[in-house]
Design a protein around this ligand. Structure first.
Ligand code: CUA
Length: 315
């Protein structure tokens, strides 16, 4: 399959189309502001060349309207681009409610994905078309960066914390995914494919994977870890003397001792497990031990998946 030289990656989402319009328009503006400079430069070099007898007296030194327009017009244009680009960027930071959340763990040199129903995959990521997908990402070793050229999105994947990406791919197909941060010897091989499927095909794919491997859903695995590690001894609904109950916590604001407020998102919950005394809930003492050496990244993902459920179902 020969496509010749590709200047512009395929567009697999509405966001990709918006980004391309921004880039193309910005390119047009740069031409608009730069081209006249070169045109007049060449014109004047030609007109006032040495052998030419022309009037070389000083021309008028001042023209207010010319000066106002050549500073005012570029200023307004660049401000328009600033607002346009910022609003696109802000969209990337705000995932819609109830996305399909997929966990991503990067390591030298592979991408590990886990779907909420349980199926795992390496380097390939299957997603349904026309549905918001949110990636909650972390790294087991060094900084990586997950890059989807066809979606025009990219985000660093950092050990010790979560970063997020979201997208709504609307065109079924197979698109490249890459690591965009030099992460060691085999960095250039760290990639795979984003496979965008119709909703029904995706469901079928999930069922088939589940039939082959039968991975427990992260929430179920999390419920088991919660039980096995005795979390409920302190975090239970009937007795909140030592620790807050966790049912219904996800996504709600939490008041911390010291007066600050935080939203209990994935990043907050992760810190609460790994560095429990960094942010202590108001009214409680910092007595929870760290589980940093107990759980690996996939187990923390599982615990958080469990905390997102109503928790009762899994008991
Ligand atoms: Cu991972 Cu480059």
């Amino acid at each position: 399959m020969s496509k010749g030289i590709v200047f512009w990656p395929e567009q697999a989402s509405a966001h990709a189309v918006s980004v391309d319009w921004l880039i193309a328009s910005f390119g047009a503006m740069v031409w608009l502001l730069t081209l006249p400079v070169f045109v007049f430069m060449i014109l004047f070099v030609w007109r006032y060349r040495r052998t030419q007898t022309v009037n070389r007296e000083h021309a008028p030194t001042h023209n207010m309207w010319v000066e106002l327009s050549w500073s005012g017009i570029p200023f307004i244009l660049t401000i328009i681009f600033y607002i346009w680009a910022t609003s696109l960027y802000a969209d990337l930071r705000a995932a819609p409610a109830n996305p399909l959340t997929i966990n991503v763990v990067a390591k030298q040199w592979m991408w590990k994905f886990q779907h909420p129903e349980g199926p795992r995959e390496i380097n390939n990521l299957h997603v349904p078309a026309g549905q918001p997908v949110k990636l909650v990402m972390t790294s087991q070793d060094v900084v990586h960066s997950l890059y989807f050229p066809a979606l025009r999105i990219k985000e660093d994947v950092v050990p010790g914390t979560y970063t997020m990406l979201w997208f709504n791919a609307n065109k079924p197909g197979r698109y490249p995914l890459r690591c965009a941060e030099f992460c060691g010897a085999d960095h250039s091989t760290m990639g795979g494919a984003l496979i965008v499927m119709d909703g029904a095909d995706y469901t079928e794919w999930l069922d088939q994977r589940q039939g082959e491997h039968n991975n427990p859903a992260p929430a179920e695995q999390g419920a088991r870890l919660f039980r096995q590690n005795g979390c409920a001894a302190c975090h239970n609904r009937s007795n909140n003397a030592f620790a807050p109950a966790l049912t219904g916590l996800f996504g709600t604001p939490v008041s911390l001792s010291g007066g600050a407020k935080m939203i209990a998102d994935e990043r907050y919950l992760r810190r609460a497990i790994m560095l429990p005394n960094a942010e202590v809930v108001m009214g409680y003492r910092p007595i929870m031990p760290s589980y940093a050496n107990t759980f690996d990244e996939e187990q923390i993902n599982a615990l958080i998946a469990y905390l997102k459920t109503d928790m009762e179902r899994h008991k």
